[in-house]
Design a protein around this ligand. Structure first.
Ligand code: NAI
Length: 506
């Protein structure tokens, strides 16, 4: 195989550098690992050797392959030793001034054809390249932690990067067993930008007292299929990492409301309650395991009231069938009888507004989130309004739990929890397409591989129906009057044809 870069150097032998060195050596390149702390590069080399040895013990690699890998990975004691490199990957401390001076020094050392790349996750590639003599030979090459397992890399073109450099880096990514996605040099690139919708909206929901964080985690995992709830994720990443990222992207986009961080994480960070690594975050950790508050029990209800479903309920036919399957007595009149439990299933609107607009008795009105097909989710979410009677709330809770499916009852807010979070994720992704950060295809690939979402944001929008997502956003905007919910023009334009399809405009 013709390898894209035969001689590779990795500078910075921390968490990222060692992973990059490992996969480059596995691809067949001769790799030099350099760090200002000489012992750091030796330690990193030993750690990679150990990973390979373990894979031999597990029978995943044979001894000859590993001997070959080991022969490809060496440490360097000075930058001088790197001067014959064809590719130099920088993975040092995240400081613009330090990265710039390193690249200035390297440029004077290497040949004109050497490609220099940065693994920065938050600095501008263009800014790092600004004082270089050969900015065309410079790009971002953004890997994820742990590098050997996170099989995606963002290839980031700065303003002056030559397209051939991006092609070469893409080819090399493939040779290292990774999928390359192409991104323009914009704050957060693809993955860290697309990830803004999840945590920030969940924080906003908590701040409104709609539900506690454990309930929000349960709902988003069970309804959408996220592996980790937003608060579990915050605890794992730790707020000393994620809060500054939220602030940085928000500020780099000149206070774009869609990315607005929360005072909740600012305060928790200030108080040192940053996550799992300190034993205390949104959850408390005992022996490294989160203590999860128990779910409220399903109330015992002896006699169920008849149920009336609003004609405007979303997925009404499915909801009626579900109620039949649960053994409910359905009312078919134009309006509910005086004893009926009254169900609404709005998109974006709050239950109170719907009860008022549809002239329903709010004391008996309960909302259910029907954005997702009930059969495709593991949890049902009901919302009360401030006037809902407790017997009606308990009856609805017990009725929807009859078949054993989990039920959460939350407070009224525009758009339920899942609708808000999902609509934000789809909308931010759509806006990234509008801005030309990347192609719709690369966006979905980057997010599924980089964030582990069950579906790319655009495929998720298609599954739910782009017009349903738009309806959620329009109505959220009405409820909150907050520009963070304004739909991206791209989402509107794509509403009719789908979001993830390749289109002539792309
Ligand atoms: P780290 O702190 O684990 O390792 C950095 C290494 O660079 C240290 O060993 C340090 O001694 C060395 N170093 C610092 N200044 C140097 C210099 N001037 N010359 C040579 N070596 C130097 O950092 P980590 O986590 O590996 O991050 C490295 C880069 O990768 C940063 O730019 C970071 O933003 C980025 N990144 C980090 C990710 C992560 O999850 N840790 C994910 C993606 C990107």
């Amino acid at each position: 195989m013709n390898i894209a870069f035969n001689q590779v150097a990795v500078i910075g032998a921390g968490a990222m550098g060692r992973g990059i060195a490992q996969i480059a050596a596995q691809a067949g390149s001769h790799v030099f690992l350099y760090d200002t702390q000489a012992e750091a590069s030796l330690k990193a080399k030993d750690a990679v050797y150990q990973v390979w040895d373990t894979l031999v013990v597990k029978g995943r690699l044979d001894a000859a392959t590993v001997a070959n890998y080991k022969s490809k990975l060496n440490t360097a004691n000075s930058l001088q030793q790197l001067k014959h490199s064809e590719l130099i990957v920088e993975a040092i401390v995240e400081r613009l001034d330090i990265k710039k001076s390193l690249f200035a020094e390297l440029e004077n050392l290497v040949s004109d054809t050497t490609v220099l790349v940065t693994n920065t996750s938050s600095l501008s590639v263009t800014a790092i390249a600004a004082s270089l003599q050969r900015p065309a030979q410079f790009a971002g090459y953004h890997f994820f932690n742990p590098v050997p397992l996170m099989k995606v890399v963002e290839v980031i073109a700065g303003l002056k990067t030559h397209p051939a450099v991006c092609l070469q880096l893409t080819e090399f990514a493939k040779q290292m067993g990774h999928t390359a996605v192409q991104a323009h040099d914009t704050p957060g690139f693809i993955v860290n930008h697309a990830g803004r919708g999840y945590g920030t909206e969940a924080l906003r929901i908590v701040s409104e007292g709609v539900a506690d964080f454990a309930t929000i985690d349960r709902i988003l995992k069970d309804q959408v299929g996220f592996k980790l709830g937003p608060f579990e994720l915050f605890d794992l990443t730790a707020l000393d990492v994620s809060h500054p990222v939220m602030e940085s992207i928000y500020n780099q986009y000149y206070q774009e409301p869609r990315y607005r961080p929360s005072v909740i994480t600012a305060q928790r960070l200030a108080g040192g309650v940053v996550g799992k690594k300190v034993g205390e975050g949104f959850y408390t950790y005992v022996d490294g395991k989160a203590v999860v508050p128990p779910e409220p029990a399903v109330p015992e209800v002896k006699e169920f009231p008849p149920v009336w479903v609003s004609p405007r309920a979303s997925r009404r036919m499915e909801l009626l069938q579900l109620l039949k399957d649960l053994g409910a007595t359905l009312e078919t009149g134009a309006s509910p009888s005086p004893s009926a439990l009254t169900l609404v299933a709005p998109l974006g609107f709050d239950v109170t507004t719907v009860a008022v607009v549809e002239r329903l008795d709010p004391a008996r009105t309960i909302g259910i989130d029907m954005l997702f097909d009930d059969a495709a989710t593991k949890r049902r979410v009901l919302a009360t309004n401030p006037a809902t009677r407790s017997d009606m709330r308990d009856a609805a809770h017990a009725l929807f739990a009859k078949d054993g499916k989990a039920v959460s009852v939350v407070r009224d807010s525009g758009g339920f929890i899942t609708q808000r979070v999902v609509a934000n994720i789809v909308n931010i992704a759509a806006d990234m397409c509008q801005q030309g950060v990347c192609s719709p295809q690369d966006l979905d690939v980057a997010v599924t591989l980089g964030l582990g979402y069950p579906l790319g944001p655009l495929a998720l929008g298609d599954k739910l129906g782009p017009t349903n997502v738009l309806e959620v956003l329009f109505n959220l905007q009405t409820v909150y009057g907050d520009p963070r919910y304004r739909p991206s023009p791209w989402l509107r334009r794509r509403g009719a044809i789908g979001l993830s399809l390749l289109h002539t405009e792309d």
